[in-house]
Design a protein. Sequence first.
Length: 71
Amino acid sequence: MSRYFFRITNGKPHDDEVGEELRDERAAWLAAKRLTRDIEDTLEPNAHWKVEVRDADGPIYSISIAGRKLR
Protein backbone atom coordinates (compact mmCIF):
# COMPACT_ATOMS: atom_id res chain seq x y z
CA MET A 1 0.00 0.00 0.00
CA SER A 2 1.13 3.52 -0.76
CA ARG A 3 0.17 6.94 0.57
CA TYR A 4 -1.58 9.29 -1.85
CA PHE A 5 -2.26 12.99 -1.37
CA PHE A 6 -5.09 15.02 -2.90
CA ARG A 7 -4.56 18.68 -3.75
CA ILE A 8 -7.82 20.57 -4.37
CA THR A 9 -7.69 23.95 -6.06
CA ASN A 10 -10.51 26.47 -6.38
CA GLY A 11 -8.76 29.81 -6.65
CA LYS A 12 -6.11 28.76 -4.13
CA PRO A 13 -4.74 25.28 -3.45
CA HIS A 14 -5.64 23.17 -0.46
CA ASP A 15 -2.89 20.61 0.14
CA ASP A 16 -3.71 17.33 1.83
CA GLU A 17 -0.96 17.02 4.43
CA VAL A 18 -2.02 13.60 5.78
CA GLY A 19 -2.85 11.64 2.65
CA GLU A 20 -4.58 8.30 2.43
CA GLU A 21 -3.17 4.78 2.34
CA LEU A 22 -4.50 3.08 -0.79
CA ARG A 23 -3.61 -0.19 -2.50
CA ASP A 24 -2.48 1.30 -5.83
CA GLU A 25 -2.80 4.14 -8.35
CA ARG A 26 -6.14 2.79 -9.59
CA ALA A 27 -7.59 3.10 -6.08
CA ALA A 28 -6.20 6.67 -5.89
CA TRP A 29 -7.93 7.48 -9.21
CA LEU A 30 -11.25 6.18 -7.87
CA ALA A 31 -10.83 8.26 -4.69
CA ALA A 32 -10.19 11.37 -6.83
CA LYS A 33 -13.38 10.69 -8.81
CA ARG A 34 -15.34 10.48 -5.54
CA LEU A 35 -13.94 13.89 -4.57
CA THR A 36 -15.24 15.35 -7.83
CA ARG A 37 -18.76 14.24 -6.90
CA ASP A 38 -18.52 16.41 -3.77
CA ILE A 39 -17.25 19.32 -5.86
CA GLU A 40 -20.08 19.12 -8.37
CA ASP A 41 -22.55 19.99 -5.59
CA THR A 42 -20.80 23.34 -5.07
CA LEU A 43 -19.87 24.18 -8.66
CA GLU A 44 -21.11 27.59 -9.80
CA PRO A 45 -20.94 29.23 -13.24
CA ASN A 46 -17.49 30.62 -14.06
CA ALA A 47 -15.82 28.49 -11.40
CA HIS A 48 -12.88 26.17 -11.94
CA TRP A 49 -11.82 23.31 -9.71
CA LYS A 50 -8.88 20.95 -9.99
CA VAL A 51 -8.14 17.74 -8.08
CA GLU A 52 -4.58 16.49 -8.28
CA VAL A 53 -3.46 13.09 -7.00
CA ARG A 54 0.14 12.87 -5.80
CA ASP A 55 2.40 10.31 -4.25
CA ALA A 56 5.89 10.70 -2.78
CA ASP A 57 7.32 11.14 -6.29
CA GLY A 58 4.91 13.87 -7.41
CA PRO A 59 1.70 14.24 -9.43
CA ILE A 60 0.02 11.16 -10.92
CA TYR A 61 -3.44 12.33 -12.03
CA SER A 62 -5.27 15.60 -12.53
CA ILE A 63 -9.01 16.18 -12.94
CA SER A 64 -10.32 19.64 -13.93
CA ILE A 65 -13.92 20.77 -13.59
CA ALA A 66 -15.13 24.09 -14.98
CA GLY A 67 -18.48 25.79 -15.15
CA ARG A 68 -19.12 28.55 -17.70
CA LYS A 69 -22.03 30.85 -18.31
CA LEU A 70 -22.34 31.14 -22.06
CA ARG A 71 -24.97 33.90 -22.24
